[in-house]
Design a protein. Structure first.
Length: 65
């Protein structure tokens, strides 16, 4: 499932991966494979992404609501 929320000018998105039965994915081998696959997909998209405009700073992440 995916969740998107906003905090002022910031947007926060998260997604949760579950087993086919809707439970928590806890098998280490499957977690490592999933992580590697997701990182590879993100790196492919990063290569074609335009560079950030100079002077922009990355916002600090916050877990507080």
């Amino acid at each position: 499932s995916a969740h998107i929320d906003g905090y002022g000018e910031r947007a926060v998105d998260a997604f949760y991966v579950q087993t086919a039965e809707g439970g928590k994915l806890s098998e280490t081998r499957k977690l490592n494979t999933l992580k590697a696959d997701l990182l590879a997909a993100l790196e492919q998209n990063e290569a074609g992404a335009p560079n950030a405009r100079p002077g922009l700073k990355r916002a600090r992440a916050s877990v507080a609501r």
